[in-house]
Design a protein around this ligand. Structure first.
Ligand code: CUA
Length: 157
């Protein structure tokens, strides 16, 4: 088999690039100890409604003065369906799904989480301005996906 000179150059370049990339991944994983983000919590997706904090979906004030919102995503909506939270306070959203993969994306903010059955996701956010914030599902979850949304009412404390 005859290989053209340019083919040989590109093959060598490809192999060289592959070695570089695998070395970067290898050093990062095995020398620097980088692993996919961990520390996440799991939950029995069959028992979401019996497991704290999802047995009481909604806003709770924590002992340190910050707030937690426990939120369940399901086809095709969120529990609680209506939510009021105070402006200017640190709020941690704790999220899971009780059926399929959804997402919880607060439009106009950095909050954009996946709701995965069996997994618990957290995201902390402070709403600076009172107002009405739209929440949508960004993961295709079934025939009602396009209608899956809710609103968060941010009020002056
Ligand atoms: Cu839930 Cu798309």
């Amino acid at each position: 088999m005859h290989l053209h000179k340019y083919e040989k150059i590109w093959l060598a370049f490809g192999v060289f690039a592959l070695i570089i990339f695998l070395s970067v991944v290898g050093v990062s994983a095995f020398h620097q100890g980088n692993i996919p983000s961990g520390g996440h919590m799991t939950i029995d997706p069959e028992k979401v409604r019996e497991t704290a904090p999802f047995n009481e979906p909604g806003l709770h004030k924590k002992e340190d003065g910050t707030y937690e919102v426990s939120m369940i995503a399901m086809a095709f909506g969120y529990d609680p369906a209506k939510l009021q939270v105070p402006a200017g306070e640190e709020i941690t959203f704790t999220l899971t799904s009780e059926d399929v993969t959804h997402s919880f994306s607060i439009v106009g903010t950095n909050v954009n989480m996946m709701a995965i059955p069996g997994q618990i996701n957290h995201r902390t956010h402070t709403f600076d301005e009172p107002g009405s914030y739209l929440v949508v599902c960004n993961e295709y979850c079934g025939s009602g996906h396009h209608f899956m949304s809710t609103e968060i009412e941010v009020i002056q404390p």
